[in-house]
Write a protein that binds this ligand. Structure first.
Ligand SMILES: Cc1cc2nc3c(=O)[nH]c(=O)nc-3n(C[C@H](O)[C@H](O)[C@H](O)COP(=O)(O)OP(=O)(O)OC[C@H]3O[C@@H](n4cnc5c(N)ncnc54)[C@H](O)[C@@H]3O)c2cc1C
Ligand code: SF4
Ligand code: SF4
Length: 675
């Protein structure tokens, strides 16, 4: 081959240079690999000086191919491609070898690491010589955005986009927006009233001319690609006509059917069959819960219809389907709480005065079922002593190994509220106290001063079996005090379980619907934890708030704003580049077997019924190669992953085992599929 290859080895500080002889590697590449005309090492190749080295060599040495041995293409592939493009070289004639993630970070034996580094560089040099010039295509970006989930994350993202002048569809599956925050009384660490922060933002959403709020609705189907998504929404029947309803609430007053409210009131309060989750709900229109409604059950009643002054009740209403087009999507679907019944030894559901954290939030709330009075299950008795148990379902390999991030602070908040409202003694059973955000440590110190007791140790059991004097009629919390090195039994009147945060029960289904990935625990996966925390691997789909992982309100709001900013930058650019590393089906070879259709993880393959062949939507294709490998007729080729390139790379990787290799680029494979 006649290509002129430049090889650039990055030290990555000491990340790579600490394990690999970077200077020796560059020298070896220049002396041993066919086509290499220049090879250099540099401290930080991704810096502007590092990129200039590459650019200068392309211009001065006439390089036609570039290989960079550094971190991963995932992190800096675009950086080095851009450097090539700046110097006039097609960016797809650049190849990276991952010396950090695949060698120095994972191979402890230095000799082995150096041999492996040579293999990767050799593989990249061999392959790059077969790479073809590719050109990215541009597609226009629809300026409308879909936000899924109307908690504080979705509210923030929607308002920022709408205030910037862009149209937003905010889809919330409950009858009102607000999410979990709407259930709280006060928020740590400032103890400001949740409703005072949230409800004005909720009304702004309801009244904003640029926000189309679709509550009691869900996304049914998503198709399309970045800049151009087609979304089908299902707006569930409320049985209340929104055009006629004034939100007066007379129907709610007149409805004779009362049911336990398991959602908003966490099972502690009641609502009617026709209801609004809470008085400040946005939108203000009630919904009829058909499972509780007497009319839907027995065909009689219709009290709400009789008394509604505007004739807004409509028992014939049906779900409606709505098709919309958007350029970007922000997922802000939030979290579920760990089901504390899964730890039976803590007694929830069996011992009356064991409460969950969310139940306690409702107890404390001035608008809650007890009007803010902290009382036991009998509804009247104030507790004289309360135990708060941390990490229930968190930091425990049997349930969730991760930290739920907010429970330490929420338990300090609860301690303060219990003491303020009842004067009770409060015992906090913790593993570690995590107070690492602004104002958090100060709040902890405040609670120490207020007299909250802290016992370091995981609770073994909560029981009502009294064994010692003073335990009769109490709940006894049994724990090892790891600071004192003793077993303790603390008798109390009330126990609050700080239930961990979990991903939504349907998180995996939602991820599948939107073509994004999620962790084993169901948290949506960001493109990069540090550099792209609200982007996903699917262009045009962003995530914000606790659907990405446990976090407090400030971090949730910051992510909502960040997702909105990312979308705004796409809208203002007006166009988006589509990667040309995609697969192509060669119609003439396709037998129409459809094997590839269901295998594509990005739903990029359709079947052309007329021609009886499969067709790839190149805007959706991510070039993963699944279909290329699966096609029994070898009718699919992957740009940037042709047989020639892959075989050359393999031969390069085997530089010290294939006889005569190391100094020669591989010959093209005979049975190549057309590129
Ligand atoms: C007991 C407790 C107390 C807390 N106290 C504090 C505190 O004092 N201070 C603090 O900073 N943080 C606190 N937090 C953390 C706080 O609750 C979260 O940071 C915040 O609520 C996260 O907001 P979110 O929008 O990400 O999620 P959520 O509040 O869960 O909102 C998500 C929304 O999306 C909707 N949704 C879900 N799936 C779909 C779907 N498929 N389609 C349409 N809509 C969907 C949901 O109905 C919901 O309205 C506390 C948490 C708990 C559990
Ligand atoms: S009585 Fe009629 S107008 Fe009033 S809230 Fe109910 S449905 Fe709406
Ligand atoms: S018809 Fe249903 S919603 Fe209306 S008042 Fe009767 S029970 Fe309540």
């Amino acid at each position: 081959m006649t290509e002129k290859v430049g090889v650039y080895i990055c030290h990555c500080g000491s990340n790579i240079a600490g394990e690999i002889d970077v200077e020796g590697l560059a020298k070896w590449a220049k002396e041993n690999l066919d086509g290499v005309v220049v090879a250099r090492d540099y401290k930080f190749m991704c810096s502007s000086l590092g990129q200039e080295l590459i650019e200068d060599d392309i211009k001065n040495e006439g390089l036609t191919r570039v290989v960079v041995g550094a971190c991963s293409p995932h992190l800096h592939g675009k950086t080095f491609r851009r450097a090539c493009a700046n110097a006039g070289l097609n960016p797809y004639l650049c190849q990276m070898a991952s010396l950090r993630e695949q060698v120095s970070w994972v191979t402890e034996d230095k000799e082995l690491a150096n041999t492996k580094a040579k293999a990767l560089i050799s593989g990249a040099v061999h392959r790059v010589q077969y790479q073809k010039e590719l050109t990215a295509t541009e597609v226009p970006v629809n300026p409308n955005t879909l936000v899924v989930g109307g908690g504080i994350a979705g509210i923030q993202a929607s308002l920022e986009l709408a205030d910037a002048g862009y149209q937003v569809y905010l889809v919330e599956r409950e009858p009102s927006i607000g999410g979990h925050m709407a259930q709280f009384d006060k928020t740590f660490p400032t103890l400001d009233c949740a409703a005072c922060i949230l409800t004005p933002r909720m009304s702004d959403v309801g009244a904003h001319p640029n926000i189309n709020l679709l509550s009691y609705s869900e996304v049914e189907e998503v198709s399309g690609y970045v800049g151009n998504f087609d979304v089908r929404l299902r707006k569930r029947a409320r049985y209340v006509n929104e055009d006629d309803c004034t939100g007066c609430g007379i129907c709610i007053d007149k409805c004779p059917k009362k049911v336990i409210d398991d959602v908003f009131e966490a099972g502690l309060g009641y609502r009617k069959a026709v209801y609004r989750p809470f008085p400040q709900a946005v939108p203000k229109f009630p919904v009829i819960d058909t499972e509780s409604c007497i009319y839907f059950e027995r065909g009689t009643c219709k009290a709400c219809e009789k008394f509604c002054p505007t004739g807004a009740i409509d028992f014939e209403q049906e779900d409606t389907l709505l098709d919309i087009k958007v350029g970007n999507i922000i997922l802000a679907t939030g979290f579920d709480l760990f089901d504390t019944r899964r730890i039976p030894q803590y007694g929830y559901g069996r011992l009356a005065n064991v409460f969950t954290s969310l139940e306690f939030e409702r107890l404390c709330n001035a608008a809650g079922p007890t009007e803010g009075k902290v009382v036991m299950r009998d509804g009247v008795t104030q507790p004289k002593s309360v135990a708060i148990i941390h990490c229930v379902g968190s930091r425990d390999v049997r349930y969730n190994p991760y930290c739920s991030a907010i429970c330490c602070m929420a338990s300090l908040k609860f301690g303060h509220l219990v003491m303020e409202k009842t004067g009770a003694e409060v015992y906090s059973f913790y593993i570690d106290l995590r107070t690492n955000q602004k104002g958090y440590e100060e709040f902890y110190n405040r609670l120490l001063e207020e007299g909250m007791h802290f016992i370091r140790g995981r609770v073994a059991e909560v029981t009502d079996a009294a064994r010692m004097p003073g335990e009769e009629g109490k709940l006894i919390v049994q724990a090892e005090d790891t600071l004192l090195g003793t077993q303790r039994r603390v008798p109390v009147d009330m126990v609050i379980l700080m239930a961990g945060l979990e991903s939504r029960a349907d998180a995996h289904d939602v991820a599948l619907k939107f073509g994004i990935s999620c962790s084993m625990a169901g948290w949506f996966t960001e493109r990069h934890p540090k550099l792209a925390p609200v982007a996903t691997m699917t262009d045009g789909i962003f995530i914000a708030g606790t659907c990405q992982g446990p976090k407090d309100i400030p971090a949730t709001v910051a992510q909502g704003a960040a997702a909105s900013a990312s979308v705004q930058s796409m809208i203002t650019r007006g166009k988006v580049e589509i990667e040309p590393i995609v697969a192509t089906i060669h119609e003439e070879n396709c037998s129409g077997c459809r094997i590839c259709n269901d295998l594509c993880p990005f739903n990029a393959i359709d079947f052309d019924e007329e021609k009886k062949v499969s067709v790839i939507n190149q805007a959706l294709c991510k070039g993963c190669g699944t279909c290329v490998a699966a096609c029994p007729a070898q009718a699919i080729s992957g740009a940037h992953f042709s047989n020639d390139e892959i075989i050359a790379e393999i031969e390069g990787l085997l530089f010290d085992t294939v006889s005569g290799n190391g100094a020669k680029a591989a010959e093209p494979a005979k049975d190549s599929v057309p590129a």
